[in-house]
Design a protein. Structure first.
Length: 102
């Protein structure tokens, strides 16, 4: 079974599940292959996101392309927004000092 969420021209693959007793038949791979066909037949579908971990081996074998997704925070002009802005800046500086990528 699979649950996809459609939002505008995008499809988010939210949940996938199968009975482990059938694991030797690769039900997850069969389902994802069928899902690709359904995507191409869905009117208005422009993109699909597996919502899987970057380390998911099954998905990586089937979905070769990747798109970087980022979170953007825009603090408001009020006092809490100003404090948030300073906290975000400091967190970014700490992250850079620790040598991590953004």
């Amino acid at each position: 079974m699979k649950c996809n969420v459609i939002a505008g021209g995008g499809i988010f693959c939210f949940k996938i599940a199968h009975d482990e007793t059938f694991a030797r038949y690769s039900p997850g791979i069969q389902l994802e292959r069928e899902n690709a066909d359904i995507f191409h037949m869905t009117p208005g579908a422009m993109w699909e996101d597996s919502c899987a971990s970057v380390h998911n081996q099954m998905i990586n074998r089937l979905w070769r392309d990747r798109r970087r997704i980022s979170t953007v925070l825009i603090p408001g002009a009020h006092a809490l927004g100003r404090v948030s802005r300073m906290a975000i800046r400091e967190a970014l500086h700490v992250r850079q000092r620790l040598g991590r990528q953004l």
